[in-house]
Write a protein that binds this ligand. Structure first.
Ligand code: HEM
Ligand SMILES: [Ca+2]
Length: 294
């Protein structure tokens, strides 16, 4: 029951306001487009803006989950666009819809494909740290764990490989790729050596040092990620798992050689992901401020 025209009468300028906000943020820092896209993913594994709740007092917030702590970013941009929307149409546009549109516009701002975002999600009044910890995939996952994590959400292996193409933009911290560059054998030796210079072997050293997830075009949303995998230049263990002699090799080869096939699979999968267990109708609320319940 989500619909692309949901705000056409209640807030006709909502989508243009969001796009301007995203364009400005990405123009200032290209990586922000990656960070914003990732927020939608981490919220959607229920697209209900639960991720945005900043429940530091009782430590139940999803921002404290393993995949999120010290890693997710972009809340300032979300809050600032939300404030503009509140000035324009009070308590009308949900934070969950805002994240979905921001994700689309972030991909667009970095040169990627566009898609129609279905709207009408409402915002949760609770968050689940335990679900965020159990549901979000880890960079240490092997192929079967990755396939399971996505199939638990109704996303098939092709969706999983296509959505992983989001790693065509943005950065990762040394602690998340250290094991891959020192211990794994499915990595290009020169690539591993070059990464080791800025990511020391011993845990605790340089943990937060960054490297681009796509070594070729880190600020362009293209299919270079898959070509990197073909030459064993995936940054995360979980990235290289997609092309390591298993059942998803053919999909990676297809996306590497065919930009249109990747774009089409990515947009199909992200729309599916964006429609996961939304709150609708009179469920939940429209938050006034995305970081807290009304
Ligand atoms: C397939 C399973 C996935 C795993 C295991 C995974 C894991 C990770 C990890 C470990 C990082 C680096 C975080 C850090 O070091 O702070 C990262 C970054 C990122 N992920 Fe994923 N991810 C997955 C799927 C996805 C999906 C489906 C999307 C979006 C559709 C996505 C979008 C991103 C983006 C854009 C970044 C860069 C963020 C930035 O630069 O701020 N990832 N991911
Ligand atoms: Ca790229």
């Amino acid at each position: 029951q989500l619909s692309s025209t949901f705000y056409d009468t209640s807030c006709p300028n909502a989508l243009s306001t969001i796009k301007s906000g995203v364009d400005a943020a990405v123009a200032q820092e290209a990586r922000m487009g990656a960070s914003l896209l990732r927020l939608h993913f981490h919220d959607c594994f229920g697209c209900d803006a639960s991720l945005l709740l900043n429940n530091t007092a009782n430590f139940t917030g999803e921002q404290g989950a393993f995949a999120n702590a010290g890693s997710i970013r972009g809340f300032g941009v979300v809050d600032s666009i939300k404030a503009q929307l509140e000035a324009l149409c009070p308590q009308t546009v949900s934070c969950a819809d805002l994240l979905a549109v921001i994700a689309r516009d972030s991909v667009g701002a970095l040169g990627g494909p566009s898609w129609t975002v279905l709207l009408g999600r409402r915002d949760s009044t609770t968050a689940s740290l335990s679900l965020a910890n159990s549901d979000l995939p880890a960079p240490s996952f092997n192929l079967s764990q990755l396939i399971t994590a996505f199939s638990n959400k109704g996303l098939d292996a092709t969706d999983m490989v296509a959505l992983s193409g989001a790693h065509t933009i943005g950065d990762a911290q040394c602690k998340n790729f250290r094991a891959h560059i020192y211990n794994d054998t499915d990595i290009n030796a020169a690539f591993a050596t070059s990464l080791q210079a800025n990511c020391p072997a011993t845990a605790g050293n340089g943990d937060t040092n960054l490297a681009p997830l796509d070594t070729t075009t880190p600020t362009t949303f293209d299919n270079a990620y898959y070509n990197n995998l073909l030459s064993q230049k995936g940054l995360l263990h979980s990235d290289q798992e997609l092309f390591n002699g298993g059942s998803t090799d053919n999909t990676v080869m297809n996306f590497a050689s065919n930009t249109a096939a990747f774009s089409s699979a990515f947009t199909t999968a992200i729309v599916k992901m964006g429609n996961l267990s939304p709150l609708t109708g009179t469920q939940g609320e429209i938050r006034l401020v995305c970081s807290k319940v009304n």
